[in-house]
Design a protein around this ligand. Sequence first.
Ligand SMILES: [Ca+2]
Length: 259
Amino acid sequence: MKKMYTSVVRLAGSSFLLLFLAIALHSCSSDNEEILEEEPEASIPEPEQPQAECNDVSKYVFQEKDGLIKVEFENAIFGDDWELGSSEENYSGEGYMVWTGNDNLGTPGVGKATFKINIKTPGVYQLLWNSAVTIGDNGTEHNDTWLRFDDADDFFGKKGESFVYPKDRNKSPNPKGASKDGWFKIYRSGNDLGFKWQARTSDHDAHDIFIQFDNPGIYTMEVSARSKGHAIDAFVLFKEGMDKNEAVNTDSFSEISCD
Ligand SMILES: [Ca+2]
């Protein structure tokens, strides 16, 4: 009796297998018909976003032209705790990078990202970035990120005739508040939270940010995470003397070559 039952089960199993194969074959032939349909055309990129020479972001070199560099901040290699955001308003390109890890209030170098910049016109450049506070409702918190230009000829903050230099590079005076190993804490201030073009250092003593390049060449800009929730969309470097608004509002981002 048991043997007969087993045979019936096997027979039923074989029938199911044949039925399954028949359905699978039919599905395959349907898929083949669907593959013949044309793929939709890829969307055309915005004209003001130049296409890089290669697809490898780690090789990007941003090209200065006429004393100006403008770069989408998301055009670099970022670690896991930096996230590409797009839910806030008033950004350009693919979005902006926001730090979602722990605060590093006294420790620069965490979550480091680098940008290579090809300077053809030596001189002193000012840096501004378009940044926002994405956590809470206080414009003086979650509002800063570390910045360093260690291979430039000078890196300093300036407010009128007052100069400050990053700590641990044998130059003084140093800014009020955090600075370490050649890094400046760069903050935005004000009661507003949304994206705006501003970059300052020295607490309650806002100094603008300048970098001096004495020779043409490729220089490295480093950023690292400080405050959770600080988001950066883009940055500009413009030669001293150029109008700030002209630099910020220029339509075209810098050409990108690959080293
Ligand atoms: Ca952007």
